[in-house]
Design a protein. Sequence first.
Lengths: 491, 95, 481
Amino acid sequence: MQGDDRSIAELARALRERSTSSRELVAASLARIERFDGALNAFITVTPEQALAAADAADARLARGEGGPLTGVPIAHKDIFCTRGIATTCASKMLANFISPYDATVVERLAAAGLVCVGKTNMDEFAMGSSNETSFFGPVRNPWDLERSPGGSSGGSAAAVAAGLVPAATGTDTGGSIRQPAALSGITGFKPSYGRVSRYGMIAFASSLDQAGILARSAEDAALLVEAMAGFDPRDSTSADLPVPHYVAELGRPLAGRRIGVPPEFFDAGLDAGCAARLREALDVLRQLGAEIVDVSLPHLGLSVPTYYIVAPAEASSNLARFDGVRFGHRSTAASSLEEMYKRSRQEGFGAEVRRRIMTGTYVLSTGYYDAYYLQAQKARKLIAEDLRRAFDRVDVIAGPTTPTPAFRLGEKTDDPVQMYLNDIYTIAVNLAGVPGISVPCGFVDGLPVGLQLIGPAFGEAAVLNVAHQYQCATDWHRRRPADPPAGVKR
Amino acid sequence: MALSKEDVRHIAQLARLALSEEEEADYAAKLSRILGLVDQLRQVDTQGVVPMAHPLDMAQRLRPDVVTEEDCRDLCQQNAPRAEGGLYLVPRVID
Amino acid sequence: MSGGWEPVIGLEIHAQLATRSKIFSGAATAYGAAPNTQACLVDLGYPGVLPVLNAEAVRLAVRFGLAIGASIASRSVFARKNYFYPDLPKGYQISQYELPVVQGGSLRIELDDGSSRTVRLTRAHLEEDAGKSLHENFQGLSGIDLNRAGTPLLEIVSEPDMRSAKEAAAYMRRIHQLVRWIGICDGNMQEGSFRCDANVSVRPAGSTQLGTRTEIKNLNSFRFLERAILFEIDRQVGVLEDGGRIVQETRLYDPERDQTRSMRSKEEANDYRYFPDPDLLPLEISEALVAEVRATLPELPDARAQRLVAEAGLGAGEAALLTASRELADYFEAVLAAVGPGQARLAATWVNGELAAALNRDSLGIEAARVDAQALAGLLARIADQTISGKIAKEVFEAMWAGEGSADQIIDRKGLRQITDSSALEQVIDQVIAANPGQVAEYRAGKDKLFGFFVGQVMKLTAGKGNPAQVNELLRRKLAS
């Protein structure tokens, strides 16, 4: 049972031409999940009945000629998006039995565009992690090497797409959680600008950094999907009321004359030599396509990680206070007083990394520390964002590595949180500034995929997707597939 | 920046987490490590820099004063650990 | 209270804003709904939901700011106040911290002794209300109702400018009057729409340092506020005079014992970890919006009272009573319009007198008055044109209040017209003089006090309908001779 190699555009065309049906596609997806997810653990919940019913409904619309550009295509949602009537767990014991009473805007919009959801993908607990090892439901394995991490926090979505279980999946990116797993899993991962996609129904980790995006096998596929989910949502005060350009239409623009900036700060000591080599090769390709490669400095880049690890935990510590065992979620049975109920429910419901970040966040907001930490971090954030803004005065897009190394082994970095945090070094500034970023496969190091990151100015998704697509027209890294994992492994 | 066990206990209380003794020690160490990482920031000169609370340079949207939500109690209380008579029940709140 | 100590009092008032929907969600705010039927996903703090700000809440806050002469922040920020409590679904309250929507302002208060002073306000800010915990009926458990969660509140903070419990009560009354007057809050203390916390400290008279203060929470009547503050001042003075120190703490007033008591520590030192709420953007209020709201501001109570003094020739005290609420002032001016400016004082006396007494007796608000402005004006007209005396008018009023008809109908039906015919009155007077020779002799001998007796007798014989002025004049004449 081969994985389907067709792009989403090709699948959609085949569906409209009726050379395939949604039921066929969805059934094939479910079959691959059934067969291979035991080895990967990319899914927390699979919804075969709902998916097949939705597929049939899609087929009916297609038969009436009412299909749109995405009708009938299978998709999976990261388990951070609320899905009505279906468990939404955030990969946490705290929400292990939580059935959401509503759909996230992203889920609504993609369903309205005709996509068929086959299940909810695994992730780092509450999106806190870069390796998908903090999930209550066990780690996800990288389809390229089952002993390695696929990255995180959208590790399940990345693995599911990389292994051809679904053609695309939604993800969220707060410090790199779409781009980094895309890079480590050899696929394309796109994070639009902050405010481009509604956060309503997307369980909050760090509210001023979180953004929904897509993991898929190409920039073109990502463009199609982001177009369908982007746009103003009155239920999200941080949603930008700006028209959504027709990204797909702008993909074909040639790169001649494009200025691509490369910050020397990206080529620091932490960057693996192999990754650096693949990156330089990718820049050569861009040059050959007519782009001008320019040095552009981001002097405050080094402040990204400390800034992020103040702002994100601070916001998270507050966002996760609602998980108190009162109205939903885990409530400890071992509690006799209100205080006990709070403490035990949260202690039992949250995993170690989540608790650690809540503690860090609580600390940096506490009396006496707010100015030195949180306020200072907001100022550093401004410096970082200004660096990027100034850079985009001179270049159209910035290029660099997505991660310092290829996929690391499961368990390799879990002892020292700081080691794990340093993984995010190239991706974090993008979230701090709220600008769009994509990671596309650009080669291999020791048989493991490596990603090229492209960053654009605020609401400059079109430029990012265009450069990424042009690169993918000239290369075929994004078409490489890992071997199927062993079949029938029990979860 | 080293955290003492008292510091950890205080933060755990604010965050309503019931840490065990070993965890307290572990957290003191790990948090100190994390704070060591972020401490670099304190050295940075940010004189005159306006803090950035938000990537968007936008003002808050105002919503018209209209009732748009209906009673969703039954649906929501399906998720409640304990509810009776329409109320969410918790161990006694003492003032 | 011992001499030598000066109380220093500031009040924090939480006024529920009269919007239809919640401050950050579209759920209804109506009072009295079944538990948790007006708490939507946003109010419940469900995972993934987000707040969106209610335009009307902003307008009402601006209206208040303008009414107290405060400045309206062109840019204000919402902040999260983080703490755990079962009636606080998100584990934080969305409030405003460093940059509130209203800054400064002041209010003049008047005391019973006629003195007045200005109380400055520090600020007023928007925030969301929490839900409620119910403790009865559940064994060892509390029931949480989140209907109230998310209701918009305006927290109104005064400077610690008050120096006595009476001043504090006067200030609380003024704010209560004002928020109702400008239509931003219904002021219903029983339903919890208007709640007051008092910060109380004492210091040696003449000192400029502030003493340690305690906070007395949730005072929901003017009387309780005054009593609680009085007790607290005494308590603090007692502690200090005994050489003790005041503990900064939160206290509750127990009306049954007329005491304040310490609340069981809700938290040791509450560290609220305020930070700007990242789910909300800064609130920008344009000059155009301020102007728009300013145009909706009604004539404020003081200005209206002054106008009544200037235009209707009323005394300051009467005018103040008549402007206790806008509805009452409207009622009065409707009476005035119908009966004519010449009867302003009569109208004022009646509205503040008989009408007020009747409303009070039947526990009615002015909107439910059983004699409307037009009807009252009709009655006053009959006094003005001497058809009936003031005393008889009271009888007529009671009948009108009981629903027996208009003034004219009642006067006719009961035959209450005043007797103004001099010859008829003279006849009655002659009768009285003839019937009381002893008293007449005594009066003529110099016992002036007996005049009242004769008036009484005449009134008895005329069933109270003799025109008092005429009776007086005629009696004097006849007794003199």
